[in-house]
Design a protein around this ligand. Sequence first.
Ligand code: PLP
Length: 391
Amino acid sequence: MNEIYLDNNATTKVDEAVFEEMRPYFCELYGNPSSMHFFGGQVQKKVDEARSRVAALLGAAPEEIIFTACGTESDNAAIRSAIEAFPEKRHIITTRVEHPAVLTLCRNLTKKGYRVTELGVDGEGRLDLEELKRVIDDDTAIVSVMYANNETGVVFPIEEIGAIVKERGALFHTDAVQAVGKIPLDMAASTVDMLSLSGHKLHAPKGIGALYLRRGVPFRPFLVGGHQEKNRRAGTEATSSIIALGKACELAAQYMEEENTRVKALRDRLERELMALIPNARINGGSAPRLPNTLSIAFEFVEGELILLYLSEKVICASSGSACTSGSLEPSHVLRAMGVPFTCAHGSIRFSLSRFTTDEEIDTVIRELPPIIRRGREMSPFGREFLASAG
Ligand code: PLP
């Protein structure tokens, strides 16, 4: 299939080298790393190597890495741990634009008597740090703020936020699922206590994630049972996936600088050309710092789902919001939080590139999208009105 895959914030292709690294750990080297025999021991060595590779990408120590099943588990584990470790504290701070992995948990916790503050964002998706300073207090157990937004790519000033959080003695968690592998990270020099990542966003398979846990930060495990992960996450390790994640992190570190420069240039060209060719378009979060691979662009007077359908006919894969919210025709919670006007929010498309994206693929989108938007506008009464007035 010659798909043009520009939906890498939803999930990524497994890198062939990653697949080759994990392949022997299904049918040949299938031992349990906890076993005392040589057969388990050799798997344990590879798991240790993977842990070191993940740690290296984050600028962390290997023992600060806990393997989990996904980004969602890491997010849940971090927040639940913080409130269990500090039972006297009943306040949680997060943002209105978090992924549901954080937001749904926090909203559920309000039903259990926790006070949850969701920080707002401005029209460009930027946080107001003064609001954080106003609401954080001695009752705050944890502040959970994403590193980069999955829909718009807007990057939050994590270290500035961390400095405010640390001053009040709360724990600081960041959902860095979209940032890891795209932004250089150095946990050794960071204010972050816990950080979530997910394998399938950086060319490892689905169903593997990790939680960075700063040495010395109190932790209450989410899954209990066996002694795996130093009693911090019970359950036999997903060895092949862990090994894959390690390789993916090693490759991400190798490729980061060069590929991000190339990918950013492709993203910028796509953005520039679409803005020049299509009237009444705007970039969501365009003046905020953004991930190099993400373009969220809103077209007025057209339905996003219709654009996706027409793009799909041309084998172009994009998204109209996060994968988790598409399927519902409501504008995404992120765009609503940003106050993107209704007429734009409905026609927002996210293109997310990867190191596998080519120049030719971007050329194709630049060629195919303008007539698609026109066709989509002809399908809606507002769109037809707009086209008539524009001549
Ligand atoms: N956090 C963010 C910012 C995400 O984009 C996603 C996935 O889309 C997740 C968390 C959830 O990760 P996973 O799919 O590994 O559970």
